[in-house]
Design a protein. Sequence first.
Length: 754
Amino acid sequence: MNRRLRALLRVALSYYVTNGVTVALGLLVISGAVHLWLGAVAAAAAGVGVIVTSPPDLPSPRRAKLRQMLPAPLLGVPLFAGVQLLGSDPLHLGLLLVPATFVAFLFMAWGKRGIPIAIAVMFSMIFSMAVPADDDLRSVLRTTGHFALGALAYVVWSVTMNALLNSRYRVQHIADTLHGVAALMRAQSRRAVGDANAPPDAATGRLLALHAALADQLQSARDLVLESPGTPRRQQLAGLLLLALELRDHLVAVELDADLVRRHPGHPAVLAEINAVLLALAAQVDLLADEMLLARIPALPADLRPRLAALRLADTGATSPDAVPLPGEPTPEALLQGLADRAGHINDEVQRLARLARGEAPPDLAVVRANWQMFVSPAAWSIRPFLALWRWDAPPLRHAIRAALAIAAGYIVSLVLPWKAHPYWILITIVVVLRGSLAQTVERRNHRVAGTLLGCVLAVGLLAAHLSHAALLWAMTAAQAVAHGFAIRRYLITAVAATVLGLVQAHLLNTGVSASLALVERIADTLLGAGIAWAFSYVLPSWERGQIPALVQRTLAAQARHAREALALGQIEAVDNTPELQWRLARREAYDSLSALVQATQRSLSEPRAARPPLEPLERLQARCYQLLAQLSAVKSILLLRRGHIHAERVRDPLRQAAERIDAMLLGAPAAAGVAVAEAPPLAAVVAVAAVAVTGQAAEVQGAGPVPLPDPFESNLTPWLLRRLQLAETISGQLGDDARAALAAPGATPMGRG
């Protein structure tokens, strides 16, 4: 019960619930003020203007808020007036709806910024159909004026509330990111050192899905938290966000060598202890985020490093062929110490997070300033996405054509139905259900239908209680808050709230109409609209298979660039933070490109079998990318955190050669001029030589014994770093093979140089 209460509290204090409440209050204040000033009819039209303008109202940087809010009313007001003028002429109204739908859906080309604009423009036309129309031009202008008044008043409201709540939104986004990191930590723990009997493919898929979700959370948080970090509090929050990014890197590397440790008969107890430590750290991160939401100073978590340092493999006395290290492998004891050390880095980052949140440690201002300008999304609208639309295979163009045809079909169906009280319900369903991919459309279809059924039950209960007019208005306000707040987070809840809102509003506006009749019409229209949207998702489809080649090549290019930046010694030797900034940019692109590929592959599972891309090599490719990120993260941790334990001169050439080999294997690029990479000694031999230099013991890579790598807690780490380079090269070769297999499928383009 305590866990459920905590989950409910996190939702109640989240940024999306706060945002939904501000939208509902804006609707209540603006429509109420217009009602007192101009009357009930004007208030109804102004309320529609508020609802139409609200979809783009999401927590955003202050500098970008007005630019995000203005397109909806500027485009929506003339379309609202056009529908009002043509409301009594079905033919001409249809000729307006269809091309306007095509234009509105072209905003999808701007991605997440454009989707709410497209929805708002569509709502301006569809909700205009719900407002009583009049052929008199003066009446149309008056109604449109009231609509514009509500829309523009809401623009002012949204910009003002976003500025007032900016500090709170920053804290909420940091807390949301930390909760995402904690969930990732638990999944990583289960995969790396938890249940060894769990299916590895399922665990990897779950882990990659969490990484993809966290990538979206991180970009939203970057845009808000890294805007103008000029005050100590903003710098503190920005520092927390950057520490969360470092924590993610250590999480990626924690699973390295866990499979080799499992070969030893005495591994269960030590892996169980590491798993317990990671789960305890995840709980500490969750608690830290909860305390931030409650505006309380978090307690300093317990340091779990001593538990990790005390780990030793148990001597069971059992002998097993799997327990004997293969030629060239370190001993299980050394691998365990390395695994414990990486878990210790996670512990250290959690300690830093807590001290920074408590105000006991300063943020790294140099890194904060570097991230400020480079890692936030542009605020200005660019014309480039529009210019790139005009190709027949461009998904946004095909989706706009598909949406226009679906709206045309839905409008025709609404004209021939025996009931015509709410013809716009079918069109609204089509707009909110039809998405750019079949997977997203099917998910929206299911949520819309289920949400409508549940919402009808709740609406019947409200109306059967014979509540007062004021009570029903407050119920509508609450429904509006929920519908807006969860629109992006969980659409099923939005569908329930929107149904309650629509039915209660219909009851108040049409007191002579039976509520049960409106309920039946709502369900029927929802089923029709969802069916039409689903059917038209097969018209001019943009199957994920067509996007996969570009995503694969983007992923390979990002992985290669990240390898070059991660394996560079420039950051250690530089006098400024330019090399680190380049690495951070490369790291972000590596995660973002992999997340895009993971999401596209997941969406393809809902597509017809004949249209699916080759899933097996794609899944292997994603797993290899994750493994390569883990190896490179371990290398970067050594270079940054343990630089005093390596010989820079000894690793300089291996680092450069490994970067060039990885680049060649991923992109097919030739070695740099004057460097004979093929003639460089194998890294396995370099590891052995380094181990001999450090320990003074003989080691033969091709012999029967393991390489006696030193204790990573206290000795020279050069052999460990060289071993990571060797494993990274091996994974890169496998990754290149998987990419070629994925791109060799029918309809894929051959892999070039990325």
